[in-house]
Structure formats: C-alpha cells, structure tokens
Design a protein around this ligand. Sequence first.
Ligand SMILES: Nc1ncnc2c1ncn2[C@@H]1O[C@H](COP(=O)(O)OP(=O)(O)OP(=O)(O)O)[C@@H](O)[C@H]1O
Ligand SMILES: [Mg+2]
Length: 378
Amino acid sequence: MVIFEHVSKVYNDRYEAVKDLSLEIAGGELVTLIGPSGCGKTTTLKMVNRIIEPTGGTIHVNGKDIREMDPVQLRRGIGYVIQQIGLFPNMTIAQNITVVGKLLGWSKQKCLERAEELLRLVDMDPAVYLERFPKELSGGQQQRIGVLRALAAEPDIILMDEPFGALDPITREQLQGELKKLQEKLHKTIIFVTHDMDEALKIADRIVLMRDGEVVQVAPPDEMLRNPADEFVIDFIGKNRLLRSPDEVKVEEVMIKNPVTIESNRGLAEALERMRKRHVDSLMVVDQQERLRGIVTIKDIQTGIHKKGSVGDLLDGAVVGVQVGQTVREAVYTMAEHGIGYLPVIDETGKLLGLMTRSSLVDILTDVLWYSRDAAKQ
Ligand SMILES: Nc1ncnc2c1ncn2[C@@H]1O[C@H](COP(=O)(O)OP(=O)(O)OP(=O)(O)O)[C@@H](O)[C@H]1O
Ligand SMILES: [Mg+2]
C-alpha cells in the first residue's frame, strides 16, 4: 500500500507542482490519477519510486518511509510503465520482459519460464513472440510487453503513466479490458495516470481528480458520477456522463430545440407540404408571438382537408405541454396521462422552446441504465 502524507513538490524553488497531497492507496487497489495537463500527475507518480524527490511530506510504501530506503532497491519492487513504452530496441521480447529479473540474478531458465508465462497471460504465443524484437510488434503488442515487463518481477505496486495514451481507440479499449482482467487475477496496487475520463471510469476502483497540484475529489467512479464535488469536476466528467435520475434532469436539457412549427393562420395544404418536407407527422402550431397554440397531426389534417380554413381551426383549444424547469419525470407522467409520445416545452409566457420526444427520453434513460450496470458489476 502507498500513503502520501502532506506531500509537496516545488520545482526550481518557485513552482509548486504538487501541493499538500494526502492520499491512502490500499493494497490491491487500482487508483487513477486524472486531471488537466500540468496538474501534477506524473510528478506525483514519480515521487513514489523516487525518480523525483518530494520537497515536503512523507510517502510510505508497504509501511516504510521511502526516504529511508535505497532508491534502487525501492524501484526494483515497483513496476513502472510509461507512455511510448520504452522497450529496448536491441533486446528480444524475452529479454525485455525479464530485464529486472536479470538484475535480480535470475537464472536463464527462470527468465525464460517467466517470459513464457507472462506472454500467455495476454494471449500472445511465446513460440511466436519470445525471440522477436520490439519493432516487429504492433503498437498494442509493444504496450502489452511494457505492461508484462512491469509485472515480471512480481512487484506489489505498479505505476503506469498514460500507458495506453498512444494507442488507437480500439486497441486502447482492448488493453483496458485486459488490464482489468489481469488485475482481477493479480490484485496489484496500481497507480494509473490518465487524461481520459472514460478510461478512468472503466478501470478505476477510485479516481483521484487533480487540478493545479491539488486533489479536488477522490471517489469511486460511480460516486464521482453521482456526486461530483464541484463545477470543475462536473466539467471534467462532462455533463452528459453524470448519473442523474429523471427527478434531477430538467426537460430543457433533453428537449429537441427546433421543433417543426407552423403559424395558426396558415392553410392545411401548406401544413401537409411542410410535414412532407421535414419528415414529421405533426406540427407545433404557434401564433405570431411564437406562443404554442396546439398540435396538428397528419390525421387531423386528413379529416379536415375538405373544409376550407387554417390549421388554427383544427385546434380544440387544449394545449398540453410542460414548462421549462419541470423534470423529466413530470414530463413522462404528463405524456402517459395524455397518451402522447411527445410533449412541447414552453416558457412562462407560453412561448414554444422545444419538444420532448420518446427518443430523447430513451437517450437519457439508457445512459442511466448503462452506468448503473457498470457500477453494479464492480
Ligand atoms: N523538471 C521540472 N522542472 C520544472 N517544472 C516542472 C518539471 N517537471 C514538471 N514541471 C512542471 O510541474 C507541473 C506538473 O507537471 P507534471 O509533469 O506532473 O504534469 P502532468 O499532470 O503529468 O501533465 P501531463 O498530463 O501533461 O503529463 C507542470 O506545470 C510542469 O511544467
Ligand atoms: Mg504527465
């Protein structure tokens, strides 16, 4: 386990890159450090294996103050994976994986067995890959080797600095999945730096969100989505990912903004033509001040088409809608009550602002279900 106590790092006597950071990472936990560029993630990570020395505070690794440990010894007990991989180009895959093992004095046989075992762990056939050189592997495969190398000497703790940052999105998702599976088997203590909130949400037990060298919020993914600490967290997560119930979401957030309208004094033929052009089967009828007067459907027009008159004449006077500020749940009730699949959204003066549709509801409900399902799996 890793404990930061009031840790700070000042570069060049003036720039405080990490400020008073306190954090406890439990054994077997996967914690992601995330935040904007320059917020101090890499600095925090590198202080754990003493590539960077803190200016203040203490760091304990497995109960020991790391200042009292030999840095070389310390690093051998901590796996380290960096972006751009850093495999040795003139060493084979087998040699790359067991570089630390060799330093620890493993026999040739032990190195070979360990390399084979690890390759199998990520479904890479040892017979095919052991003797290859890094440049003979794809980017994703090289990055897998980078991860295996960090695992080779069986460290309890692994530091990963944007390990999948350079990969294409598909390979990246694959490796995230593999890391999760690996972690379920191996239960390492992992500190994983990333820029990518989707990645953090997918793999983390807890997310540590940083800004300007400070921790803004520490929480499991589900908790961060439900209860973001402040506006910064909300912005960073992205509003559309937030887990909110239909009681919290306002209709104006999910409505369609430009529903197809027609003024009430227009003729029926024009209304039909507009429906045809815009591929809709109903129109919001408004007056000249854009206030909602009602809705005409294609059926209304079919029954009324023989009469002369305007779309306004087809309206029965009842206007069903919701006002801005009402919740999605209220809108759903109103829809159900009137047996309709859509609902105009108006402001307090009756002006038409948008339209709630079934599909806008489906979007929000699937988001909620999706994230609760992921959360339930963890
Ligand atoms: N050796 C250094 N000397 C001076 N300032 C540094 C040094 N290393 C980093 N910094 C500064 O410290 C701050 C934190 O840097 P750090 O590399 O920890 O950020 P980061 O969160 O990892 O960013 P990124 O997401 O871009 O990798 C930055 O403002 C950076 O410019
Ligand atoms: Mg960095």
